[in-house]
Design a protein around this ligand. Structure first.
Ligand code: GUN
Length: 292
């Protein structure tokens, strides 16, 4: 039997509609509009596309966006100054520094300079630290991990007591999504490039979250019947038949795994749209917390 396809596009549209209603209510009641500042220091096409999509999504729900497209030659001191100005700007409730930054910039220092109250990406070391500890509440949860959990919740998947396997341990996805699963009382395994007998470990999963960036690595015979799969991978594969010259696939061999899983996210149209919806949600939450 073929798996239920978890439609991230539809779920994210529902969430964005919910956010739009709340933004309108905030405007009517307090004459206040949530604001997101995007900081782009990259000539990477994918980063430019992501930032453009984030700004467009803001406009659609009535969130103001303030775009800062900075030259890749910018110095650490100049970039820090931009972040500090945004920290002080009362119209800005969220600051997003698109990653990766060029190699000459110190990412850790920049992310640590973002005001905790405006850290809508949830990448400030204190927010990540709080996320990783028991009974500590981060002000913001990173968007893609939050989107993964939201997909499970809105699909009616129970997390508590389940065997969850996370492939990948990145700061942006693998690590924080693992922490979220743990907080929800899953029994957790984190796999990475040094994990031995990977297919065997993956086969234990009731819930599998993949974030390794390896096209179609997880095959149909790697998974247990009935597994729920959230595929965060977005990998471009050369495709002369496609007018862009490539098409996108996940970390999971979708056509094989969907025959074994009970539910699975497609790529594209699964996790991707949720990242943006959660960014809007975090920005609105940030605006609600400020009195101004
Ligand atoms: N680069 C890849 N994913 C992300 C993300 O979620 N936020 C930011 N700021 N940069 C990214």
């Amino acid at each position: 039997m073929s798996a239920q396809i978890i439609d991230g596009k539809a779920i994210s549209a529902t969430i964005r509609a919910e956010i739009k209603v709340e933004v309108e209510a905030m405007k009517a009641q307090y004459n206040k509009v949530p604001g997101l500042a995007t900081v782009l220091v990259s000539d990477r096409k994918d980063s430019q596309t992501y930032v453009r999509m984030k700004k467009k999504a803001c406009a659609e729900v009535g969130i103001a966006s303030f775009g800062h497209e900075l030259p890749t030659s910018i110095s650490q001191a100049e970039l820090l100054k931009v972040v500090q100005e945004l920290n002080a700007n009362p119209d800005v409730h969220g600051i997003l520094v698109q990653l990766p930054l060029p190699d000459h910039l110190d990412e850790e220092e920049i992310l640590g300079a973002v005001s905790l109250e405006k850290d809508v990406d949830g990448f400030h070391p204190l927010n990540i630290g709080r996320l990783s500890m028991k009974r500590r509440e981060p002000l913001f949860v990173p968007c893609t991990p939050r989107g993964c959990i939201e997909l499970l919740d809105r699909t009616g998947v129970q997390i508590e007591g389940k065997r969850a396997v996370v492939l990948g341990r990145s700061n942006i996805v693998g690590l924080p999504v693992a922490m979220l699963l743990l907080h929800r009382n899953a029994t957790l395994t984190i796999c990475h490039s040094r994990t031995k007998n990977l297919p065997e470990v993956v086969r234990e999963a009731d819930i599998l979250i993949t974030a390794v960036g390896r096209a179609e690595m997880v095959r149909g015979d790697w998974v247990k019947p009935g597994v729920v799969v959230i595929d965060v991978g977005t990998n471009a594969v050369d495709d002369p038949a496609d007018n862009r010259g490539y098409h996108l696939v996940g970390d999971v061999a979708f056509n094989e795994v969907k025959e074994v899983a009970s539910a699975i996210t497609p790529v594209p149209g699964g996790v991707g749209p949720m990242t943006i919806a959660m960014l809007l949600r975090n920005t609105l939450d940030g605006a609600k917390r400020t009195s101004g």
